[in-house]
Design a protein around this ligand. Structure first.
Ligand code: MN
Length: 327
């Protein structure tokens, strides 16, 4: 693991970059990609932005149009590839290209056991990778601009749930305050991220909520969305969406799980918790993430996968309870 200073030195010594975020890009992934992109451009570096999944619609941030959508991957050539907001293996359809890079940098805030790359900076305590990029640009001596501040603010907003999650520290608010000085419109950014959805999504949300299930005590809440549901409501399952934040809103929920069939028999599972550690629950299924927000992907029938994971989560809640009593 490197220091942020070492990351800065390494970036200074290279001239040609490709920035990649994670599959199904969310706001922090996009925000850290764009913030870093505009920062490197200010330093006179050559830089490309590549995504293996489509970019969500509805954001006004500049630079989004320059992200090349290359679902079949790319040839890194001599470029230094920078993976932000995930580990290199979690770049989906871009993973092979990323792993073949001659120079690889990884900047992330997701908890994991090891880091892969020539330069690795992982800070699980940071609320967002956009926060790390903010600090990195400071380290590099890049002066901020509106085009840097907008995506970084958006990324932080996304990963703190609009400055509402437990990762909303004084430092995060201080960085938010600093970014706001660059002529941002906080109301517009917040609405774009949290309160502006296509009608098709809201109808899918209504349908999903009508199928919510819970354990008797209400501590575990879950819903499953099939490929058929996605088709019926005309919603693209590869898009990032916020279905799970509505499921998590059930007042009794300690763990909320959303099962989504994104391709035939490909089930993506999102876990959210209010104080239980769902990071390790996701790791039981080969996934990963944070303590309160994590995910995994499983191949199998939606109903069978749902039943299995729900069983494991029930068990997990019981074990967690026992731990609390012992300590
Ligand atoms: Mn993030």
């Amino acid at each position: 693991m490197n220091t942020l200073g070492e990351v800065a030195v390494y970036l200074k010594s290279n001239d040609d970059f490709i920035i990649v975020g994670h599959e199904r890009p969310d706001h922090d992934s996009l925000g850290s990609m764009l913030g870093l992109y505009f920062g490197l451009r200010k330093m006179g570096k050559r830089c490309r932005l590549i995504s293996g999944d489509p970019i969500p619609a509805g954001l006004s941030w500049s630079g989004l149009d320059w992200i090349e959508y290359l679902p079949r991957g790319f040839d890194p050539g001599e470029s230094c590839v920078i993976v932000v907001d995930c580990e290199p293996e979690r770049t989906g359809s871009l993973a092979q290209s990323v792993l073949s890079a001659k120079r690889l940098v990884n900047i992330d805030h997701h908890e994991r056991e090891r880091g892969l790359g020539d330069v690795v900076y992982v800070a699980p305590k940071e609320a967002a990778t956009s926060v790390i990029i903010y600090r990195l640009l400071r380290e590099l001596g890049v002066s901020l601009s509106r085009e840097i501040a907008v995506p970084l603010y958006g990324g932080i907003l996304g990963d703190t749930g609009g400055f509402r999650y437990s990762n909303t520290t004084p430092e995060v608010l201080e960085i938010g305050a600093e970014l706001l000085r660059y002529d941002l419109e906080p109301d517009v950014l917040a609405r774009e991220i949290f309160a502006s959805h296509p009608l098709s999504f809201l109808r899918l949300l209504g349908h999903t909520l009508s199928k919510l299930e819970t354990t008797e005590d209400g501590r575990l809440v879950w819903a499953a969305v099939s490929l058929e549901d996605y088709e019926k409501f005309g919603w693209d399952p590869s898009q990032h969406d916020q279905l799970i934040s509505y499921i998590r809103a059930v007042d009794t929920a300690e763990i909320a799980i959303l099962f989504r069939e994104t391709e035939p028999n490909q089930i993506r599972i999102g876990f959210r918790a209010n104080n239980v550690d769902v990071g390790s629950l996701a790791r039981q299924f080969g996934g990963g993430g944070h303590r309160l927000a994590s995910g995994a992907s499983i191949t199998g029938d939606l109903d069978i996968v749902t039943a299995e994971v729900v069983e494991a989560a029930k068990e997990y809640l019981t074990v967690g309870e026992r731990y609390e009593r012992d300590s």
